[in-house]
Design a protein around this ligand. Structure first.
Ligand SMILES: Nc1ncnc2c1ncn2[C@@H]1O[C@H](COP(=O)(O)OP(=O)(O)O)[C@@H](O)[C@H]1O
Ligand SMILES: [Mg+2]
Length: 569
């Protein structure tokens, strides 16, 4: 199958096929029951033959039991099938998201990815369940029931058929009106979900900026819109029932009226008429469930499309066909690099950058916020790919290496870094799975994280809450640095990663990085010029361009921006 959503049925294929079969059998058994009623009435009650009543009664019981058992197992397998599909889908979507580059994540947005993994997959699961249990069973049952009525009385079944057609036309009209509304409501729902996501993740920020009121208000609008949408469709849905009832009454009246004439003319029995009325009722019920499931299926199209979109997205950063696995040295070179975010459009945030960092150098990067310092360093580890030119590590374009080789060699520590729920040790081993205790404690010492860890009750086994919320900002930053050091990188990039530390601690860390790791190329973005005075070279960025590149002594003489930053006039 082509559709990547259906591809996830995988090991549940059998239950996917079995469910409709079970449901169809249960439907056929159910539709046979009214036929038995006619026999009970005509052969039993009217003829005064109790044996016949018991005989047909037993058959009816068997049919009813059969209906029940097949439906029971049908629902069981459908639950297995639909929840299995959902599990596979979640796994596939999750795996896909792991392969996404930063640019892909920018494109979808994190909130939307969460909605797609959770709400949309749940929608698909419910729809699969409905489709499996009623989409095949109901039409077969309706057609079979209609056929059985013709064996009772051809002309009457013709009347019934007309009633069914009228109802079907009317209900499809309702579907045509409600489905677009449903789709719109679900779109709004999505927006609402997005807002919740964004706000709950950022609740601390919202609170610290005392924005609770504004945020609640901005939540009100999509919430109200969802409510109104649901009311609108429910109103239309509410029409369904009365319409069904009226149609049913008309059918009853018509059938009884004509049927009574047939009976008095001796062309039809009382039992046949009773059976007929039963069928009319059964058929109408079937149709109305079918209509509801139609609405549900159409409403879930959007969910299908959204999940599919994730699954078919090719990660924008791909490995070369024959990736190089080993990196010669720790040099970094920017060769006429230009870069802009997003696909097409937009302005260059980096413009024609040419730079060389020798292996083992300590490079400081300074510049105003928005001068593209982060954008520059993100290109080294391929968090983003260049738009023009090339970034070289060890003399080769980074795009030629395998991702494993790059991530092995380069460690990046961001200002806002993420810790995961688990012990301190677990988090350190994110750096490298097989890192031993000694390596980890050495990395912590270099990152000045050892003292605060030793003070914790459980030391390295201290539990860290999701996002590291039970640590201070400075502790988090030191732990993130230690985690990067555990990896023993050849190129270490700190993007404003020590901002929450005091000057003295930062200086101590930088000093130990410089003396203890002479072979590692260290690239440090910082707001504090003082902390990188003794870097081998300092890069001054300005509006996406290199404004100056040299030692502290050079720059203090020649570079205006640098002099400003140092407070020298
Ligand atoms: N993910 C992104 N998508 C689009 N534009 C971005 C993104 N990240 C940064 N930018 C833009 O790129 C420019 C440089 O940002 P950045 O590299 O973060 O600067 P710095 O790190 O020096 O503060 C800014 O104009 C910013 O708005
Ligand atoms: Mg930045």
């Amino acid at each position: 199958m082509k559709n990547p959503v259906f591809n996830q049925i995988k090991q549940y294929r059998n239950v996917f096929i079995l469910t409709p079969v079970l449901m169809i059998i249960s439907g056929i058994l159910e539709t046979m029951i009214p036929l038995i009623t006619t026999h009970i009435i005509d052969d039993g009650i009217s003829a005064g033959d109790m044996n016949a009543v018991f005989y047909w009664g037993k058959i009816m019981l068997v049919l009813a039991l059969g209906t029940l058992i097949f439906a029971f197992f049908g629902y069981l397998t459908s639950a297995k099938a639909s929840s299995g599909l959902a599990a596979n889908l979640r796994e596939a979507v999750f795996e896909k998201i792991q392969s996404f580059s930063f640019a892909d994540l920018d494109r979808f947005g994190v909130a939307s990815l969460v909605t797609r993994t959770m709400t949309d997959v749940t929608n698909i699961q419910n729809t699969a369940q409905t489709v499996l249990t009623s989409f095949f069973r109901t039409p077969v049952a309706v057609i079979y029931a209609l056929y059985l009525t013709t064996t009772l009385n051809r002309r009457l079944s013709f009347i019934l058929l007309i009633g069914v057609l009228i109802i079907t036309v009317f209900l499809s009209l309702i579907i045509r009106i409600t489905v677009p509304i449903y789709q719109k409501v679900y779109g709004e729902y999505d927006r609402l979900n997005g807002r919740i996501q964004e706000n709950v993740t950022g609740i601390r920020i919202v609170k610290s900026f005392v924005r609770e009121k504004d945020e609640s208000e901005s939540f009100d609008e999509p919430a109200a819109s969802v409510r109104q949408g649901f009311i609108k469709v429910e109103k239309l849905q509410a029409l369904n029932n009365p319409v069904m009832m009226i149609a049913l009454e008309f059918c009853f009246v018509g059938i009884s009226w004509i049927g009574a004439r047939y009976i008095s003319a001796g062309d039809m029995t009382t039992g046949d008429l009773a059976g007929f009325i039963n069928y009319a009722f059964q058929i109408m019920t079937y149709i109305s469930t079918l209509v509801l499931s139609f609405v549900q299926v159409s409403a879930s199209f959007a969910s299908f499309a959204r999940v599919r979109e994730v699954l078919i997205t090719e990660p924008s950063i791909k490995e070369a066909d024959e990736p190089v696995a080993s990196i010669q040295d720790n040099s970094v070179e920017f060769d006429h690099v230009s870069f802009r975010y997003g696909r097409g459009g937009g302005l260059n945030v980096l413009d024609d950058i040419c730079l060389k960092f020798a292996p083992g150098e300590m490079i400081g990067i300074v510049g105003a916020t928005g001068s593209s310092k982060s954008s520059l360093v993100n290109l080294i580890s391929r968090l983003y790919d260049v738009t023009e030119g090339s970034v070289k590590v060890g003399g080769k374009d980074v795009r030629e290496y395998s991702m494993a080789a790059l991530s092995d060699r380069i460690a990046v520590v961001l200002q806002k870094n993420v810790l995961f729920s688990g012990t301190i040790m677990d988090n350190l081993r994110w750096g490298r799975k097989d890192a031993g205790y000694d390596e980890c404690s050495k990395a912590c010492a270099m990152a000045c994280a050892d003292t605060f860890i030793e003070e914790k009750e459980n030391k390295y086994d201290e539990y860290i809450e999701q996002g590291g919320s039970n640590l201070s900002g400075g502790q988090r930053q030191r732990l993130c640095l230690a985690r990067a050091l555990v990896r023993k990188p050849g190129i270490l990039i700190l993007d404003d990663a020590l901002s929450a530390l005091d000057n003295e601690t930062e200086a101590r860390i930088l000093h130990s990085l410089k003396t203890d790791m002479p072979d590692v190329t260290k690239i440090l973005i910082t707001q504090r010029v003082a902390s990188i005075h003794d870097a081998d070279k300092i890069l001054v960025m300005d509006k996406g361009r290199v404004n100056g590149f040299g030692t502290h002594e050079d720059l203090i003489k020649t570079n205006e921006i640098y002099r400003d930053l140092c407070g020298v006039s």
